[in-house]
Design a protein around this ligand. Sequence first.
Ligand code: ZN
Length: 116
Amino acid sequence: MPLVACRQCGGSVEEAFRFCPWCAEPLRSKLVEFFRPHPLVESDAGRALRVSRYLGPTAQERHVRFSVWNEEGRAEAAVSLDEGEALRLARFVAGSISDREQRPTLVDKLLAAARR
Ligand SMILES: [Zn+2]
């Protein structure tokens, strides 16, 4: 693995690392993840959501870009959010998933009824 020097702390890190293990400084200017569509929504088959995090040093450079990719590998639409809106989106998604996980299941309700 090729090593590079962290520009923040000077520590020696592997080039493939996204963050410096010594000081947590982002080592790449852009992080990209692809997200698969819901398998049961037929009209979305073959599409993907690409999320790119731009990690520039200024607030103006830092943003999160969302793009929808079609079956041919072309972006059909894209929008960029600033860090505040991206965080709000993350909380919105995480909150709706954790709300559902906290909702009592049928088993929980039966156990609660049995304890009465
Ligand atoms: Zn570092």
